[in-house]
Design a protein around this ligand. Structure first.
Ligand code: MN
Length: 203
């Protein structure tokens, strides 16, 4: 059973001006589609065809580099689209609001930690808000298409992703050129806190 490119939960221009339609066109239509296609090629005819993406990532150290890179890319982008919304942004709501205040002192404290993780990731990668196995929240970052579900990640950076921000240049260059900090600031205007609460409750 092959993985399929998930549908975008909104129109390609819905996140503008924070993320423009031209970026979405290439990022979803080319990059995410490419990871999906290459993941399927990498697992074709293997036992991984019958596994969930979460299961594949949890044991990724046993698989090929192609599975690691494209399996990560497939999962990470799916999460990324879902944790953004044209109706998003503003202060967190619900249970995640209390958990963020508890872990980071305040929403501003979280924004500072998350922005730093995203800005200081050298080269390509992702910034994350995760829920660890012990229930605590943490901000982390990973290189390339790695993520906190993978068994190659250090124990204290492992967990269920609740928010993921793509800081590859392909995610922001058309809108922001080299200004990654401006892109990070804009991301907070589109975070889908309803979805983050759902992920938090199920983690
Ligand atoms: Mn990307």
């Amino acid at each position: 059973m092959a993985f399929t490119l998930p549908e975008l939960p909104y129109a390609k221009d819905a996140l503008a001006p924070h993320i423009g339609a031209d970026t979405m066109e290439v990022h979803y239509g080319k990059h995410h589609a490419g990871y999906t296609k290459k993941l399927n090629a990498a697992i074709e005819g293997t036992e991984l065809e019958n596994k969930s993406i979460e299961d594949i990532l949890a044991n990724v150290s046993q698989h090929s580099g192609a599975v690691r890179n494209n399996g990560g890319g497939f999962y990470n982008h799916d999460l990324f689209w879902q944790v953004m919304s044209p109706n998003g942004g503003g202060n967190p709501t619900g249970a995640i609001a209390d958990a963020i205040s508890g872990a980071f002192g305040s929403y501003d404290g979280f924004k500072e930690a998350f922005s730093k993780a995203a800005a200081t990731r050298f080269g390509s990668g992702w910034a994350w808000l995760i829920k660890k196995a012990d229930g605590s929240l943490a901000v982390t970052s990973t290189p390339n298409q790695d993520n906190p579900l993978m068994d190659i990640v250090a124990d204290d950076e492992k967990g269920t992703p609740l928010v993921g921000l793509d800081v590859w240049e392909h995610a922001y260059y058309l809108n922001y050129q080299n200004r990654r900090p401006d892109y990070i600031t804009a991301f907070f205007n589109v975070i889908n806190w309803d979805k983050v609460n759902e992920l938090f409750a199920n983690a």
